[in-house]
Every structure is written in structure tokens, then in C-alpha cells.
Ligand binder design. Structure first.
Ligand code: 13P
Length: 339
């Protein structure tokens, strides 16, 4: 085979392909407990373990979810959590052929805060290698690691290099342990910059990420990417249409991402549910070298929270809302969504 021999190569390729399969994408529910608390607060619920359990149980036991969702990224708490009737949350996923994944970020640190005057624009993440080891024994794949890059005031060359190197080392260590890494340099929407500025920064970031992925001998067929779409900054005076966002984003990806990579799973990054669906649909109007899909958290969860309101009698309504968003994004992945 042309895939170079490595202890886990075949498994990595197979898992990545399973996740990047037609009409399916990733449900991200890897909010830390603090962030999950913010979601719960938006519907007036306290941030207790029981409420987080009820919410995650609602999401992960949604009947029919596996038709649209191929993978789900969990937070550590959910990895060890059971439903109220004692079933492991991860088993709920596996029953629906959804690959469970895990966020390996331990904390967000201001890694370059004071190194240069204009470098207050980059957050790195700490993660534990031992965590990746133990996960590989429990059949987990993929892990996900997010590194944040911000545009206002930067990012400096040093910030980009640091972000890229950290992600590449994490990817190599994941693959050494049989896990498909989700590589996520999130370029934040914050700022009033134009879409051309975002394009320029995204090109710099992804060039560096692939340089170091190659240097670290990462098997491209066994990774997934989680990029931000190329859009104007959230405070820019003009909004861009889905067609413009698709054109800029695909231009950037075609310039920077080899076709060996099986899947591009976008984050929603603060876009509304509808924007995230329409943008994905616009990107799938002509064939792409990779599977172009979603790994949304907020853009799959917002209407679920509204429908649920923390009430047991609304669980079904919440699950219905999730299926509606999941199906819309599934159709968008196939380029067949219509509002
Ligand atoms: P959003 O879709 O809310 O940006 O979250 C994606 C993500 O990075 C979660 O892992």
C-alpha cells in the first residue's frame, strides 16, 4: 500500500474516513463545565452535574442522530458519565455508529502574552500525553485540540509558529497512540478587519501548520481539520454573503490543504445556526478534494436549549430541534439544503 506502514496507519485512515462520510458531520459537545454552565444559564438553570447530565443525555440519546452525525467530541466529564438509567454516554453514541471523541485541552494559557508588545493575540492549550495514551486503550478516536489565534494586533510570526508547532506535536503523539487528531487552529471572529485580512492570516497559519505536520511525519490521510471559515471580523462594517465566504474559504483551503486530508470539519465560531448551514451549503455546490462538513457546537445546540428549557416534558422537543439542525447541516454537506 502507498500508506506507509505504521502500527496504526490503517486504523487511522479508516476512522478518519468513517467520520468524513457523505451527509454526516460532528456534533461538538466538548464545552468545559464552565462553558456548559453558560449554556445552562441562558435558560435559567444552575450549573450542577445533574443538569449537565440531563442536557448531555438529551443530546446523545436523540433517536436517529447517527444518520447525520458521524462523530461527537465530548468533554472529560461526559467521557465517564452515564445517563440517569445507568448507561454510559459513550455507549449511547456507539449504538448509533457515532465515533466518540474527546477534547484534550486542559487549560487555555496565554502562552505568548509578554514576549512581544504585539503578541497578546494567541492562546495555547495544555494537554496531557498520558491522557492520549489511556484513551487509545479505550478505543477513543478522535481527540481534539484547539489553539486560538486572534487577528486584532496580530498575530505575530512567533505566535503563528508556536500555534502550528504545538498542534503538529499533538497530532503526531495522537497518531502514535492510534487516535485520529482533529487539528484546530481557531482564528477568532473578533475584530473589525476585512475578509481579505482573514484570508491572509488563515493562509499564514495553515501554511505553518502543514509545514510542521509534515516535519513531524504526521499521516495526512489520518487527520481531520477543524478550521474557522474565512469571514470578515464580527465588527466589520459589511457582512459577507455565503457565496463570498465559500469562495474565500475554499480558495484558502485549496491553496494550503493537500487532497490527502480526508475531512474539513468547520467550527461555527459564533455564526447563527442558519448562517452556519447556508455557508456550508455554499461550500458544497461543486466537488471538493476533501469531505467538507461541520463540527458545530453552538450552531447545533442553540435551538435545542431554547426548546428544552430544562423541563423533562420538553426533552422530545429538544431532541427534535437537534435533529432539525443536524439534518439541515447534513443536507448542506451534500450541497442540497433549501431553507
Ligand atoms: P462552535 O461551533 O460553537 O464554534 O464550537 C466548535 C468548537 O470548537 C467546539 O469544539
Amino acid at each position: 500500500s502507498v500508506i506507509r506502514a505504521g502500527s496504526y496507519s490503517e486504523e487511522l485512515v479508516k476512522t478518519a474516513k468513517t467520520i468524513a462520510s457523505p451527509g454526516r458531520g460532528i456534533l461538538a459537545i466538548d464545552e468545559s463545565n464552565a462553558t456548559c454552565g453558560k449554556r445552562l444559564a441562558s435558560i435559567g438553570l444552575d450549573n450542577t452535574e445533574a443538569n449537565r447530565q440531563a442536557y448531555r443525555q438529551l443530546l446523545l440519546t436523540t433517536p436517529g442522530l447517527g444518520q447525520y452525525i458521524s462523530g461527537s467530541i465530548l468533554f472529560e466529564e461526559t467521557l465517564y458519565q452515564s445517563t440517569t438509567d445507568g448507561k454510559k454516554m459513550v455507549d449511547c453514541l456507539r449504538e448509533q455508529n457515532i465515533v466518540p471523541g474527546i477534547k484534550v485541552d486542559k487549560a487555555r494559557i496565554h502562552s505568548l502574552l509578554l514576549l512581544e508588545s504585539n503578541t497578546i493575540n494567541f492562546f495555547s492549550t495544555v494537554y496531557h500525553n498520558s491522557y492520549l495514551f489511556s484513551l487509545s486503550f479505550t478505543g477513543f478516536s478522535p481527540p481534539s485540540r484547539r489553539t486560538v489565534v486572534s487577528i486584532p494586533c496580530g498575530p505575530s510570526a512567533l505566535a503563528v509558529k508556536e500555534a502550528a508547532w504545538g498542534l503538529a506535536r499533538y497530532a503526531a503523539i495522537s497518531q502514535d497512540n492510534g487516535l485520529v487528531p482533529i487539528v484546530e487552529p481557531e482564528i477568532l471572529l473578533d475584530g473589525d478587519h476585512s475578509i481579505d485580512t482573514t484570508l491572509e492570516v488563515a493562509e499564514r497559519v495553515w501554511a505553518e501548520v502543514f509545514h510542521y505536520l509534515a516535519e513531524n511525519n504526521v499521516l495526512f490521510e489520518g487527520i481531520l481539520l477543524k478550521p474557522s471559515m474565512v469571514t470578515p471580523g464580527a465588527d466589520h462594517k459589511e457582512k459577507a454573503s455565503p457565496e463570498t465566504i465559500a469562495k474565500y474559504t475554499l480558495t484558502m483551503l485549496k491553496r494550503r490543504v493537500p487532497p490527502a486530508v480526508p475531512g474539513i470539519m468547520f467550527l461555527s465560531g459564533g455564526q447563527s445556526e442558519m448562517e452556519a448551514t447556508l455557508n456550508l451549503h455554499a461550500m458544497n455546490q461543486s466537488p471538493n478534494p476533501w469531505h467538507v462538513s461541520f463540527s458545530y457546537a453552538r450552531a447545533l445546540q442553540n435551538s435545542v436549549l431554547k426548546a428544552w428549557q430544562g423541563l423533562p416534558e420538553n426533552v422530545e422537543a429538544g431532541q427534535k430541534a437537534l435533529l432539525t439542525r443536524a439534518k439541515a447541516n447534513s443536507l448542506a454537506q451534500l450541497g442540497k439544503y433549501s431553507a
